[in-house]
Design a protein around this ligand. Sequence first.
Ligand code: UTP
Length: 307
Amino acid sequence: MRLGNVMKKLRKAVFPVAGLGTRFLPATKAIPKEMLTVVDKPVIQYVVDEAREAGIEHFIFVTGRNKTVIEDHFDVQVELYNTLAERGKDEVLARLQRMQPAPGQTSFTRQQVPLGLGHAVWCARDLVGDEPFALLLPDMIMQSEKGCLAQMVDLYEKTGGNVVAVQECDPAEAHKYGIVGPGAAAHGGFTIDSMVEKPKRGTAPSNLYITGRYILQPQIFDVLSAQEKGAGGEIQLTDAMLKMKKDQAFFGYNYRGRTFDCGSPEGFVEANIAFALWRSDMHDYIAHAIDGLYGTVKPVERRKATR
Ligand code: UTP
């Protein structure tokens, strides 16, 4: 159904950062996983930068306990800025200021209890209001010349409705993800026929997994308000999207670029290597270092390697 609000400009983005980050303990005991750094920026900064590049003007964070440092990160640090200016560190100061949201551009709300991604999104309902919004999962970071959300906006401007970014995964791994079943091609994307969260092995409709970037219409909040639990006893966003699909169009966008799951230690290390290699000032040093380490550092028993 093409609703009256379908083509409203996309102005707001939601960042759910209330998860516990258990896969990353002990690192996440006191530090949120979104504040772990990839090269020299916290993971959350990559995701906010991607949203800004796509034209987002308001950044909504759904936080939990131990997450106040995220709010501090997006605040102006007056003393630091003054010191950098006094010391003539103009380049680093300019970089910080470019990343700085303007006054009033950020909002923070608490999920209180981590009942699942769908519940975290629902917590942003009053801050989003009656307009479409982007949803970016901050533990997935993307690497491409043009940001993933900006690519999705190009499709959204032609289709309206709801847009979900996908990429191909190893079919044997499909049971770990939210998977979509593709329909007909549409404007460089495709219509979505079906969606399933963590399908049982061998039952996935395709190997196209949902990468953590969405453009959604606000009616998703009405569906989520039923608070129905799905896989893992959590309130699942995929289940809510599936219900909304009865009334609204959903499009898949096959994202052109790399995706890193920074919620897992392996994905996080891979992201660090990939983003360091991507930087012209670091590429040669890191490539040389990897060459030197590979083949010379041998695996040891995990207990010894991690203590
Ligand atoms: P994950 O399941 O990957 O995050 O949720 P997690 O629960 O923090 O991770 P582990 O499994 O314990 O290591 C994907 C995204 O949804 C957010 C998370 O912060 C993450 O960005 N999330 C998840 C919430 O905000 N609230 C929730 O209740 C669940």
